[in-house]
Design a protein around this ligand. Structure first.
Ligand SMILES: Cc1ncc(COP(=O)(O)O)c(C=O)c1O
Length: 393
């Protein structure tokens, strides 16, 4: 079996490779190789943190971040502010916390509404947080082009009115990437200019903005210039174990610090989180590891389509969307067939992260062939993804 770097992938050889890489100085453990993540297409949140992250954690500073005293955390916040060319940033524990703290910081008192794509994470996947934390109406808009919101969509749905029956749009919250689809920079700039003209704030759920930038759609700086606040995740495609960050003005950051505390997000020895997050940004994003996953995602989409399958969304970054209904297979059956070839799947959406290698794609090819011929996969592989975890005493 080939691993992500083309060598044999079983538990013994993983242990050997890890030993070689660390010169035998670091104990071989679950940080030493991608392990089960190498066969997991469910999401990029499954990426395994690396030994470099572990080393950074073991040598991090351990001062208190509620007192704003931890050098590793302060330095990460300055580093991200510099990278995005914004005034300030603030560590949060997750992408959801980033969006919720940022929106609560931006929204003051009802009546107020947030305009977003109807598929947006803040609308569908954050437990109704904007309603409970901000008392805001969230208005989901269907993009006319089927892929991303345009200024024309926004203009049709934004509420700019003093009519007391209305619930005025106070924030336009965009998401990039959304379902792996890039929101073009020019469209962001158009929407941003409109928002500014009408005194509406702009927020970006940029959990995967890294992917849009890696695809060549625009620079981090140019995208961030369109927004008053941005949330970025370290623990998705970048591979950190924990953490996200929100970016904006100094004034935004200070109010956000208050809101973060109120929902229990003030951390003490935050260096254990920020040390690994710094490595994730440097190694995975700045180290240029994301673009290869985009190539692999396109390769998978092409393979599926060349076998007669269809996709429901374009594969512009690290996600591929198989139309399982058109292929005549249910989500549950597809997941079960995937298990037979040693793959973890969630349904028609496949997320290709940087720890997915050739072996996983070969297994996927076998699965695609069987599924598109209307047959089940024959036999089973000799190990399940979870068996690759190294047992540590
Ligand atoms: C676009 C987007 N935003 C926000 C989040 C929330 O991130 P978390 O799971 O860290 O709360 C996710 C999670 O997958 C996401 O896909």
């Amino acid at each position: 079996m080939a691993s992500t770097n083309g060598t044999v992938l079983d538990k013994k050889s993983m242990e050997h490779t890890a030993h070689d890489l660390s010169n035998g100085t670091v104990k071989v453990n679950n940080w030493s190789s991608p392990g089960p993540a190498a066969f997991d297409f469910r999401s990029d949140v499954v990426t395994t943190p690396t030994t470099r992250m572990l080393e950074a954690i073991s040598s991090t500073t351990l001062l208190d971040d509620v007192f704003v005293e931890d050098p590793t955390t302060n330095s990460l916040e300055s580093f991200i502010a510099d990278l995005t060319k914004k005034e300030a940033s603030l560590l949060v524990l997750s992408g959801t916390m980033g969006n919720q703290v940022a929106l609560r910081t931006q929204l003051l008192a009802p009546p107020h509404s947030v305009l977003c794509d109807y598929r947006a994470h803040i609308l569908e996947w954050e437990a109704g947080g904007v309603a409970s934390l901000c008392g805001a109406l969230v208005k989901g808009v269907v993009p006319a082009n089927g892929n991303y919101l345009t200024l024309e969509d926004v203009k049709k749905s934004a509420i700019i009115s003093n009519d007391i029956h209305s619930c005025p749009t106070k924030v336009i919250s965009l998401e990039n990437t959304l379902a792996g689809i890039v929101l073009p920079l020019q469209e962001c700039q158009r929407i941003s200019a409109f928002a500014k003209e009408h005194g509406i704030l702009m927020h970006l759920d940029g959990a995967r903005l890294w992917e849009a930038v890696a695809s060549g759609a625009g620079s981090l700086e140019d995208y961030c210039a369109c927004f008053d606040s941005i949330s970025l995740c370290f623990s998705k495609g970048l591979g950190a174990p924990i953490g996200s960050i929100i970016v904006g003005t100094k004034e935004f950051r200070e109010r956000a610090r208050w809101i973060r505390k109120s929902i229990g997000g003030g951390l003490r020895q935050a260096g254990v989180v920020t040390a690994a997050a710094r490595v994730a940004v440097e190694d995975t994003f700045l180290g240029g590891k994301l673009a290869a996953s985009h190539d692999r995602a396109r390769q998978i989409a092409h393979m599926w389509e060349s076998m007669g399958g269809t996709t429901t969304n374009p594969a512009e970054t690290n996600m591929v969307w198989f139309d399982l209904e058109a292929a005549g297979i249910s989500k549950e059956e597809f997941i079960a067939e995937g298990e037979k070839v040693g793959l973890r799947l969630l349904g028609g959406r496949l997320v290709v992260h940087y720890q997915i290698g050739d072996e996983a794609v070969q297994r996927l090819e076998k699965l695609m062939k069987a599924v598109l011929k209307g047959k089940g996969v024959e036999g089973t592989v000799d190990h399940k993804p979870e068996d690759l975890a190294i047992k540590v005493e």
